[in-house]
Each structure stands twice: as C-alpha cells, then as structure tokens.
Design a protein around this ligand. Sequence first.
Ligand code: GLU
Length: 429
Amino acid sequence: MRSPIPDYLLEVLDACGADAGAVADYIPELAAADPDRFGICVATVDGAVYAAGDADVEFTIQSMSKPFTYALALADRGVDEMDERVGVEPSGEAFNEISLDPETGRPRNAMINAGALLTHSLVDGEDADARSQRVLAGFSRFAGRDLVVDEDASSSEFASAHRNLGMAHLLKASGVLECDPVDVVEGYTRQCSITVSCRDLAMMAATLANAGTHPLTHERLLSRPVVRQVMSVMMTCGMYDAAGDWMTDVGIPAKSGVSGGVIGALPGQVGIAVFSPRLDTHGSSVRGVRVFERLSGDMGMHLMDVAQEGRSALRGSYVSEGEDPVTVYEMQGDLRFAGAETVVRAIAAADHSTTRVALDLTRVYRLHDVGRRMLLECVRRLELDGRDVLVIDPERTLPPAGSADGGLHVVDSLDEFVAAGEAPGPATG
Ligand code: GLU
C-alpha cells in the first residue's frame, strides 16, 4: 500500500497556496527569493519523514535559528544561569523591537532579536569564531547532516544590520553583554545565514519533539530540561506579537523566520517545517501560517487537545491459569500521574483472589518519575497486605536508577517465571 500521508500533504499545499503577502526585502539576498516556492516536511519522533512540494529547496534559517541557539546556550550554561541572563516573558512586540526589561536590563526572551543576540554570545567558545563554529556544528547535529553558512547572505545582511548593531550596543551599555557588540552581531548574522531545507528543519524540530534525541541518529543531543525550556519559550514567544492567536488557533510550539520558513515541534509526536517566502505583517510566512492552522485542525495537533492518557494506561487485568495463579495488571504507554492513578485505583479497589499479584510493564515505554513512585508505593502496600508481588519488566523500567532490581522481584515474562517454578520471595528493599 502507498502511504496516504504524502498525498495528504500535497492536498494541504494545494488548499493553502493562494498568493498573499510580500517577500522580505530588508535583507538584499531575501528580496531575490522565488516567492512561489512552497514546501513542507513532517518528521515523526521515530524517524519517518514525509515531504511534499519544495521540501529540498535551501534557504537561510533566519529566526528559526533562535530556539536552537537558545538550546545550545542552555546546554552550555545551564537553565538557571540562562534564566538570570535572558527572560522568558512574551514581549508582545515585533522581532526587532529594541526593548529590554526596564527593571533588570535583560532582554525579555530569546526569540526576539535582543535576546537572540545575547543568547548567541552565551554559547560556549573563547572568541567569535569558536562560537560560530559551535552553532554551526550544533545545528548540523540537530539536522543530521553538515550544514553550511551562505556567506553572501551573511555579508549582505551584516552590511545593513544597523538595527541589530544598535541593539547589541544597547546590551553592552546596559551591562548584560560581555563580548564585543560588533562580533556578536556578526556571529548572529552568520547564525541566521545557515542554509537549510524543510527536510533539515523538520529533523531539527523533531529532535526537540523527541525530547532531545535525534530521531534517526538516536544521539541524545539535549537534555529533557533544556528541551522543556526551549519548547515553553517557543510556545509563548515564538510567534512574536501574534503569540496569543497562534496559541489558540494552532497550539504547536513554533518559530518563524523572515526567509519564509515556519517550524513547529509537537512534543512526543512530530517536527514540522513549511517554507514559502511571502510574509504577513508579523514577518511570518502567509502560507506557512495557513498550513499550520490546517494541520493543527485536521490532525488534532493542538497541544491543549490532550490525549486521554489515564484511560489507556491500564490495558487490562487477568488471573493466570495453573496451580499457583497470579493476578496480572497489564500497563501500557507513557505512564505519568493520570495513567499511574488509574492503575493504582484499580489495584486498590480489587478484592484479590490470589496471593500473587503481578505488575506487567512490558508495554510501558516510558515511566515518568511520578509513575514510578506511585507503582513502587503500590508494591509496598500490596506486600504489607500479605501479597507476593511480581514485576514483569524486561526493560527494567520500574526499579529506581542505580539499584539493579531495587529489592523488587523482577522477571522478564510471566512464562519464564512459571517455567522456572519460582516462588516470589519477599522484597528486601
Ligand atoms: N536575521 C534576521 C534579523 O535579525 C532574522 C529575523 C527573522 O527571521 O525574524 O533581522
């Protein structure tokens, strides 16, 4: 069977292709872009990639670089230090507004230029060159291939970067920027001039959606706390002065760039990139915004349209056959509070007819710490009630880190346990 998804993406391009807006002209190289280009790529967190239209056409990354440089600076400096240096409040202002928080002197967030300039200066590197190298190498790993800087675009933007230079000097004058302001604008302009395609951007976004692990190379590139911070700031500040509309209409953490790209990263699901150069008054691609509105509606991608995790966590329960039957609770999916609560509730309400009770985590692919604590407490209480508790957990998901089986009776499968004729021993820890 041919997958229907690429056909669906073509349909979306067709439906969202009406002309509107104008290509950015304040950077000479951008003014020369073909305004009719239109491409899309969707990459899932497990590495499937779907593309349609001009998905392989390259363009400069511009402001879509901001979340990724923020991620690198967060990885280098830590979340606490970055919070002291760059705010996380939406400014409700245009991308190039010259604004700093009057009380702290900090830029309001890392998605507007003032914050992005400071963020670029906070990436590890002893000088401007080393910082630029770090950014290019980092982006290349997020994309999964070696990216390059479009030197012509970079010098044409730098030659007219008066506003960004003004902002960098202001950051220096207010004492928040440590490096040379001209170096920082030059580095930031190079960062904005890294060339990418929708395919690259979708992979970069999918790395964020996949909590920092690249979906194809499987390299862990960012920690979960860093990704959470980046996605939160994208959600609240990524679309500048249109952030509120974006949240209600689309509900996907996103970032646009004046070259005409828009990226979105839906946690645990997909990275999306759309490219079409004509921009609206906020500086975002007109067709890009339309595509996101359409995808969010059609595919139920709004972040507030949450999965009913609790309802699907407990797959079922049964009593095994044989001489020494076991009551087995089968769990599945990503277990957080709501999921673990349904399991705990079912166990607490049950009137067990067997001495042996098993928690089967074979189909649990992620156990959040709150889920782990709740299930461990469940084991403890069942044992206090005189039950022998067995944990079926081939991936060793339940035992706390660094404690082997953590005093639990863990087996790979119920069959293996029954075949061994083992009797569960009392917990020791
Ligand atoms: N390099 C552009 C600038 O700083 C990026 C702006 C954008 O993409 O929103 O002006």
